[in-house]
Write a protein that binds this ligand. Structure first.
Ligand code: GAF
Length: 377
């Protein structure tokens, strides 16, 4: 990827660029808890975005997206927002830096990536954090700290891409470290790295290929449900709600909002249970919590689909320790915690049975927990 990006850059521009990289993410547990002030447990992965970037001494941005074969050119004022959705991520990051008092001048860039699109692995966060990191390095002497870089990516989603997401994806993409998952408290933004290298288990993703798309999706409506219930319970976010509080208010809440809030309240406890289980080396317990998350995401939060429920069932039948939908839902992958000696049987069964039922094979991605945003020297 590196050589191709440099070659494409040289064909289009005359300056010498600096190379930056960032990562997609997985999440072990803690789904839809981030925008509710709860806990999440993500890590960066070895699939990401790489970009060659150089200031061009002007006021315009010229970007080429290798995988799409598309070029975009735009200015840096609010009125200059480009049409292409991928270019809006780059524009949004630049605008959010400027809004915070930072500097961004014209630049040229070529980027490529290997995060599968629409698989729920946060290709958009990878793109945002790659450019946030690059523009901080090239124009701001790295004065913006990493957590603010994650917030810049999140605000880009809110203000330029129509997704009212939480902070998890951008945080993992910016803060990820090799071999470590991160437990993040999305209310206080306190975080802790957890080495993840179990001797007897591995994580694998099975991609249903059902395209997950959050922009304009019911994702924002899930968030609105949670905010309605929090307001009704008199708490800032559902992080401060309990099942007792929810039960007491049940008659004033729609059935749908009740189910959404119930999932979130239960999910925040599951993250803490998983942390204890990880510390005790109890991976079977980690796995049980993952299945419970899947049930909640499917029945109460209603962000699953038939294909993902099918993959979850195959995992259970194959004796996989834990399996669940990962990320925002509405398609994408399941994440599976599998005893090493069951891995090949599970993957063969999942691929074969899925193909038989849906007429195409799912993709299989082993998970390698890797570094987040960085400059490549
Ligand atoms: C998407 C969002 F971008 C995250 O903020 C998070 O809410 C996730 O869905 C669900 O946990 O990836």
């Amino acid at each position: 990827m590196k050589n191709q990006i440099i070659k494409e850059f040289k064909e289009r521009f005359t300056s010498s660029p600096t190379l930056y990289a960032s990562a997609g993410r997985i999440n072990l547990i803690g789904e839809h808890t981030d925008y509710n002030g709860g806990f999440v447990f993500p890590g960066a992965i070895d699939k990401g975005i790489m970009a060659a970037v150089a200031p061009n001494a002007g006021e315009r941005v010229r970007v080429y997206a290798v995988n799409l074969g598309e070029y975009a050119e735009f200015g840096l004022e609010e009125k200059d927002a480009p049409r292409q959705s991928w270019a809006r991520y780059v524009f949004g990051v630049a605008r959010e830096i400027i809004k915070r008092g930072g500097t961004v001048k014209g630049f040229d860039a070529v980027f490529a990536g290997d995060v599968p699109l629409g698989a729920g692995l946060s290709s958009s966060a990878a793109l945002e954090s790659c450019f946030a990191f690059a523009l901080n390095d090239l124009f701001n002497d790295n004065r913006i700290d990493r957590i603010e870089l994650a917030r810049i990516g999140q605000s880009t989603e809110h203000n330029y891409c129509g997704v009212n997401c939480g902070i998890m994806d951008q945080f993992a993409s910016v803060m990820g470290q090799r071999g470590k998952l991160i437990r993040l408290d999305c209310r206080s933004m306190e975080y802790e790295y957890f080495p993840f290298d179990p001797a007897d288990y591995e994580l694998v993703l099975i991609d249903s290929k059902v395209k997950h798309e959050l922009a304009g999706s019911p994702y924002n409506r899930r968030r609105e449900s949670c905010e309605r219930v929090a307001a009704r319970l008199g708490v800032e976010t559902l992080r401060d709600a309990t099942m007792d509080m929810l039960e007491a208010a049940k008659s004033d809440i729609s059935d749908e909002d009740y189910k959404r809030a119930k999932f979130v309240i239960e999910e925040k406890e599951r993250v803490l249970t998983v942390c204890d289980a990880l510390l005790a080396g109890d991976y079977e317990e980690v796995g049980r919590q993952m299945y419970a998350t899947h049930r909640g995401l499917s029945a109460d939060y209603e962000v699953s689909c038939e294909e993902l429920d099918f993959l979850n069932e195959v995992a259970r039948e194959c004796g996989v320790a834990g399996s669940r939908i990962m990320g925002g839902g509405f398609g994408g992958c399941t994440i599976n915690l599998v005893a090493k000696d069951r891995m090949s049987h599970f993957v063969t069964e999942a691929v074969g049975r899925f193909r038989e039922r849906y007429g195409h094979a799912p993709e299989v991605y082993p998970v390698v927990i890797s570094a987040g945003a960085r400059r490549l020297d």
